[in-house]
Design a protein around this ligand. Structure first.
Ligand code: HEC
Length: 141
């Protein structure tokens, strides 16, 4: 009986999605509901590193560390079980590596930038392998 109710609810939800498709505002809410706080932060970190990559290559880098990245310690994950001890230590290593980029002498900038990207990849190898090919594109060759 309970299972049937659940099925009914699922069908309702599915139809609900279809019906809201024509409404742009509700559609946006739908997408936001699917993207976790952490996934959103990750996408921002991706975009940010993509932009500083170009600045480093062009030799015009003068940004300061985005404090927002520290939210990696608190942002809600799609699967809250992902936040375990290894996640916390990878987060710490990543933040240290990312911060070092902003404290670099210009001759170490590229190497330190690549270290930060490799810190993204280290965590992803354990926690979320899907985006790794994309993240590798951030590396400066
Ligand atoms: C401490 C571990 C860890 C670090 C460090 C880390 N990630 Fe992630 N990343 C994750 C996890 C876990 C997810 C899945 C998040 C979710 O679905 O809630 C994720 C998701 C993503 C996604 C997919 C987002 C989406 O829309 O689903 C991208 C892209 C990404 N990370 C890029 C990066 C980049 C770039 C860096 C470094 C600047 C980085 N990550 C650092 C663990 C990490």
């Amino acid at each position: 009986m309970r299972f049937k109710n659940l099925l009914f609810l699922l069908v309702l939800v599915a139809f609900g999605c279809k019906e809201t498709k024509e409404e742009p505002k509700e559609k946006k809410e739908l997408i936001m509901a699917k993207t976790s706080e952490m996934a959103q932060l990750m996408n921002e970190m991706y975009a940010y590193n993509e932009s500083i990559k170009q600045q480093i290559i062009d030799g015009g880098f003068d940004n300061s560390f985005p404090e927002k990245f520290k939210n990696i310690h608190s942002a809600v994950l799609t699967d809250p079980n992902d936040r375990d001890e290894s996640f916390e230590s990878f987060s710490k290593l990543f933040l240290e590596a990312q911060q070092a980029v902003f404290e670099s002498q210009s001759e170490d900038l590229t190497a330190n930038y690549n270290k930060a990207i490799n810190a993204c990849i280290s965590c992803h190898e354990v926690k979320c392998v899907g985006p790794i090919p994309r993240i590798k594109k951030l590396l400066i060759k």
